[in-house]
Design a binder for this molecule. Structure first.
Ligand code: FES
Length: 152
């Protein structure tokens, strides 16, 4: 079973978060096509660390994470998957390619909207580039039916 995650609207998130395409357009308009690549890298990496929470973070009820799928917790920059029933995995939601926030889980992979990288729901490893490095794992526990990630 796979589940498509609809990106959630997070009023606390920076406006530039998770949307490098928009940044590409802004960058191209501001500096011309020749300089657009530099603008992309600057905007992507700048959005990745702006609002990351630290320490134990209660994400939400386990019922929000479907078996075989996952859920993005955008404000915490965490994606939680449940590859098999009762087996929860958490990963950084910041793409290891250029720092965009991933935006969906379907067909067994976590997808990045910026350049198409995909990561396996079971271990966060790269299923498709251009990313070369797995999404970092984050400790996650279930406490009273709630998912609690410990972000360092
Ligand atoms: S930032 Fe390039 S694929 Fe994710």
């Amino acid at each position: 079973m796979s589940t498509e995650i609809a990106p959630t609207v997070d009023a606390a998130a920076p406006a530039s978060e998770g949307c490098c395409r928009r940044s590409v357009l802004r960058g191209a308009a501001a500096v011309g096509i020749a300089g657009a690549g530099v603008a992309v890298l600057a905007s992507c990496s700048g959005s990745s660390s702006a609002a990351t929470q630290k320490g134990p973070v209660t994400l939400g009820p386990t019922s929000e994470v479907p078996v075989g799928g996952g859920k993005l917790y955008r404000s915490a920059r965490v994606v939680v998957t449940q590859p098999t029933a009762g087996n929860y995995k958490a990963f950084s939601a910041v793409c290891t390619h250029a720092g965009c926030v991933v935006d969906g889980v379907s067909n067994g992979v976590i997808s990045c909207p910026c350049h198409g990288s995909q990561f396996k729901v079971g271990d966060g490893s790269v299923a498709q580039g251009p990313a070369q490095t797995a999404l970092p794992s984050i400790p996650v526990a279930v406490q009273n039916g709630q998912l609690v990630a410990t972000i360092s």
